[in-house]
Design a protein around this ligand. Structure first.
Ligand code: GRF
Length: 203
């Protein structure tokens, strides 16, 4: 089986790149059937073009009504034949129509050990600042299923890293990002191998 992946990304797309690398190396039996971004200047779209992947820029500029944008995103992903949706640094909330069409099949990566340090506003450097402020001894990366609430769906996998003395939010971010680049492809490989069955139903 070759897993068909749709990616949504807003910025650099290094997590998407890690998945592309695994696919191109032959160690992940998957295909990226569409890269969608709300940001026309995103590194993610640049990477998509570089690797010859289908891509689309869809944002409020094309669809000022959120419901129209949601419908366009759902349609594009379905037209591409995506079986699983990977959010890789996607800064927008997934709309209800897309969520319903792909229920239990939309995955997100978060740079902290959920349920800690998640939720609205916990993006970019903020979760790492929160980890240091809380005095946590460890942090890590979490891949989880997306539901209607930010960072709250069922956790599929986590990788932990220690918080080192003298860490800054940036040094912690770098350490966590290295784990992010492993964990997403791991989860997708588990889906391919049938170790994780999609859709994931909430308890
Ligand atoms: C990552 O830290 C990810 O956990 C978060 O956004 C960041 C995206 O980085 N959701 P990149 O665009 O994949 O490089």
């Amino acid at each position: 089986m070759v897993l068909k992946i749709g990616v949504l990304a807003s910025h650099g797309g290094s997590n998407m790149q890690a998945i592309i690398d695994q696919i191109e190396a032959g160690s992940l039996a998957a295909e990226i059937v569409l890269v969608l971004s709300n940001n026309s200047a995103s590194g993610a779209l640049e990477r998509a073009r570089k690797h010859g992947l289908p891509w689309q820029h869809l944002s409020g500029r094309h669809h000022p009504e959120p419901a129209d944008l949601d419908a366009a995103i759902r349609q594009a992903l379905q037209d591409a034949g995506a079986e699983v949706i990977v959010l890789a640094g996607y800064m927008k909330k997934i709309g209800p129509e897309t969520l319903a069409a792909f229920e239990g099949r939309i995955l997100n990566i978060h740079p902290a050990l959920l349920p800690k340090h998640g939720g609205k506003g916990m993006y970019g450097i903020h979760p790492h600042e929160a980890v240091l402020e809380a005095g946590d001894k460890e942090s890590g990366a979490t891949v989880h299923v997306v539901n209607a609430h930010y960072d709250e769906g069922p956790v599929l996998k986590q990788r932990r890293v220690p918080v080192e003395p003298g860490d800054t939010p940036q040094s912690l971010q770098e350490r966590v990002l290295r784990e992010e680049h492993v964990i997403y492809a791991d989860v997708l490989a588990d889906v391919v191998a049938g170790k994780i069955t999609l859709p994931v139903r909430e308890d």
